[in-house]
Design a protein around this ligand. Structure first.
Ligand code: PLP
Length: 419
């Protein structure tokens, strides 16, 4: 089936009531047929619902539908994008290990990898996403995952998938792509040789800024690279916390299964069924919306580039952009809705953000409503001056998340604010 059809139907078979819309299974627990049935479910001899911290029928549709769009081999929903990223790391790395992360990532990912997981004994080594050859020197036998964003938020760089994947494959290390900004509509990293995709479902997935959520998707046959790979020994050894289960021996997607059975079980950042239902509603129109976000953003970027008060515009879909060739190669259907542009000073940037009326001052992206952000005073305020430079955020930088309003109205709004 084609993408727009999958977006509307994948993962849902009508229940006994013939319910056309996916129902919200608002429940904590599930009744077992008898104790033997319960025992079989816990032992994975039979698959089925046990408890909503682990699985839920509404969340299951969200997972299957997203998995279909990413062309993955299995997916697990989480309570937020940050939970998805943390679980993807915690699923492979432990104290004494290291991970390799692009410097240009979401602010929460910077603080998670640079500070929080350090206290768990996991070291982060950074590479410049515009220079993937730096990865080579950072790899050792304790390296567990290479994490980067397909289109980076907020610096709006573009990852060179082929270059990163080549190094990862050489060393048999998993790659994990945060595909939040591109969405599976504009880019499917698992078809480009990547192993894991994570998303914040809080952004384009609901598309209306309705709920916090996340998802992890693994590629098909990931077990091939895990099996007998010393980097991932814990997938090949008996899990003492699950009566000796060996993840790589099961006919199930090992990565997301372990997130579910071990991390959701013990750490519990599960999406609520109601939120999963909102993501499902959003996914139905995701292919249509991503086209509009991308074409409107390209028009606005072209307008800004010609404006005398604008020092520079960063939008990968612009022919003048340093990443234009990569964007064309990896995002042929459009480069999503994020634009950043730089003006002379911090004060000027704040003045522009304060003057727009349709563009709202909000720290979010991927909403139907257009958003303007000044990263240096908001999302990236907690970063040091050096960290700001490292992740490419000058004080006069403004970020736009182009929504679904009429493009002419959006340009008029910016015109007024820039005058
Ligand atoms: C928002 C965002 C996150 C974090 O997601 P939450 O759902 O807010 O936890 C991670 N990565 C990127 C690229 C994001 O834009």
């Amino acid at each position: 089936m084609k993408e727009q059809t999958l977006a509307i139907h994948a993962g849902y078979e009508k229940d006994a009531q013939g319910t056309m819309a996916v129902p919200i299974y608002q429940t904590t627990a599930y009744e077992f047929r008898n104790t033997e049935h319960a025992a079989n479910l816990f032992a994975l001899k039979e698959l089925g619902n046990i408890y909503t911290r682990l699985m839920n029928p509404t969340t299951d549709v969200f997972e299957k539908r997203f998995n279909a769009l990413e062309q993955g081999g299995g997916a697990v929903g989480t309570a937020s994008g940050m939970a998805a990223i943390f679980y993807a790391i915690a699923n492979v790395a432990e104290a004494g290990d290291n991970i390799i992360v692009a410097s240009q990532v979401y602010g929460g990912t910077t603080t998670l990898t640079g500070h929080t997981i350090k206290r768990f004994g996991i070291e982060t080594r950074y590479f410049n996403v515009n220079n993937p050859s730096e990865i080579e020197a950072l790899v050792d036998e304790k390296t567990k995952i290479i994490l980067f964003e397909s289109i980076t938020n907020p610096s709006i760089d573009v990852a060179d998938f082929d270059a990163i994947v080549a190094i990862a494959k050489k060393h048999n290390i998993m790659t994990c792509v945060d595909n939040t900004v591109a969405t599976p509509i504009l880019c499917k990293p698992l078809t480009l040789g990547c192993d894991i995709v994570v998303h914040s479902a809080s952004k384009y997935t609901t598309g209306q800024g309705l709920a916090i959520g996340g998802i992890i998707v693994e590629r098909e046959n990931l077990v091939e690279m895990i099996k007998e790979n010393p980097r991932y020994a814990h997938f090949n050894e008996a899990d003492a916390s699950y009566h000796g289960l060996v993840y790589s021996d099961l006919p199930l997607p090992p990565f997301t299964l372990r997130v579910r059975l071990a991390l959701l079980r013990d750490l519990g950042a599960t999406p609520s069924p109601f939120n999963s239902w909102l993501y499902i509603q959003g996914i139905e129109t995701l292919p249509l919306r991503m086209k509009q976000h991308s074409s409107s953003a390209l028009e606005i970027a072209t307008y800004l580039e010609a404006h005398p008060k604008v020092k520079s515009v960063n939008y990968p879909g612009l022919a003048s952009n340093a990443n234009y060739a990569l964007a064309n190669k990896y995002f042929p259907k459009g480069a999503s809705g994020l634009i950043s542009f730089e003006v002379e000073s911090k004060e000027m940037a704040q003045g522009i953000a304060d003057k727009t009326e349709i563009f709202k001052v909000v720290v979010n992206i991927g909403d139907s409503k257009s958003i303007i952000t000044h990263p240096a005073s908001t999302t990236h305020q907690q970063l040091s001056a050096q960290e700001l430079v490292d992740c490419g955020i000058p004080a006069g930088l403004i970020r736009l998340s182009v929504g679904l309003e009429d493009t002419e109205d959006l340009i008029a709004d910016l015109e007024k604010a820039l005058s």
